[in-house]
Design a protein around this ligand. Structure first.
Ligand SMILES: N[C@@H](CCC(=O)N[C@@H](CS)C(=O)NCC(=O)O)C(=O)O
Length: 229
């Protein structure tokens, strides 16, 4: 029985834009595991009740249900050890955990503040009120006010990627000569704005853009082929 993945979708069911779900889809492809993705909308909490929580990704593998992209990566690595490794050992796993935390806490808040209004625009009608209300409550401002002036914040956000540029000056992937889950984490983070917004976060001549294209071309071009707005 193939693995099933609940995957965040917009009004267009083919528009799959969750950074966390992208991390998981890249991890499954890295492992060479077939997956059937199920489009899921923010307000369909009842459809995830079986997982005991209300966020995606949720992976169902036979009897096993795993939520949270990091927990899923660890599950895949530990359950399918004979397939290509996501972490390449204990040290790689520990370092990938850092990239995961850095992506979520260091990069995502700034991305949100640039693309929240664009996300709203692609959502299924039934998700719009929930998304606007929950995000505006958290941020204390309207979606429109949050994204206003984003051009002026872009340079500072791009500077956050300096360590990545330094690493990519010495090796092709964060994982070294080949991709590891660290690459899939950052790829998911950057795939999120690419899918929902025409506002370009990366300059075309940025080495990170070259790396992003390399990772997007992996696994038959899985990431590159994603539906975008
Ligand atoms: N730490 C979780 C975060 C998952 C998460 O926040 N997913 C979002 C979609 S990108 C979600 O399902 N949000 C539901 C909501 O906001 O109600 C992971 O790594 O999987």
């Amino acid at each position: 029985m193939p693995i099933t993945l609940y995957d965040l979708a917009g009004a267009d069911p083919a528009l799959r834009f969750s950074p966390y779900c992208w991390r998981t889809k890249m991890a499954l492809a890295h492992k060479g595991l077939a997956v059937e993705t199920v489009p899921w909308r923010f307000t369909e909490k009842d459809r995830l009740a079986f997982s005991g929580q209300g966020r995606v990704p949720v992976l169902v593998d036979g009897e096993r249900v795993v939520s949270d992209s990091w927990a899923i990566a660890e599950y895949l690595e530990d359950t399918y050890p004979d397939r290509p490794s996501l972490f390449r050992g204990v040290g790689g796993r520990a370092h990938a955990r850092f990239i995961n935390a850095w992506g979520d806490s260091g990069l995502h808040p700034g991305i949100s503040r640039m693309i929240l209004r664009d996300i709203f625009a692609v959502l299924a009608p039934q998700d719009r009120d929930y998304f606007r209300t929950s995000r505006e409550r958290n941020l204390g401002a309207t979606l429109e006010a949050v994204v206003e002036g984003r051009e002026g914040r872009l340079e500072a956000w791009r500077a956050l990627l300096t360590p990545v540029r330094l690493v990519l000056g010495a090796q092709a992937f964060l994982g070294g000569d080949g991709p590891s889950y660290a690459d899939h984490i950052l790829f998911g983070t950057l795939q999120w704005p690419r899918c929902v917004s025409s506002f370009a976060l990366l300059a075309a001549d940025d080495p990170v853009a070259g790396w992003f294209a390399r990772v997007g071309a992996l696994y038959g071009g899985l990431g590159a082929a994603a539906r975008t707005v």
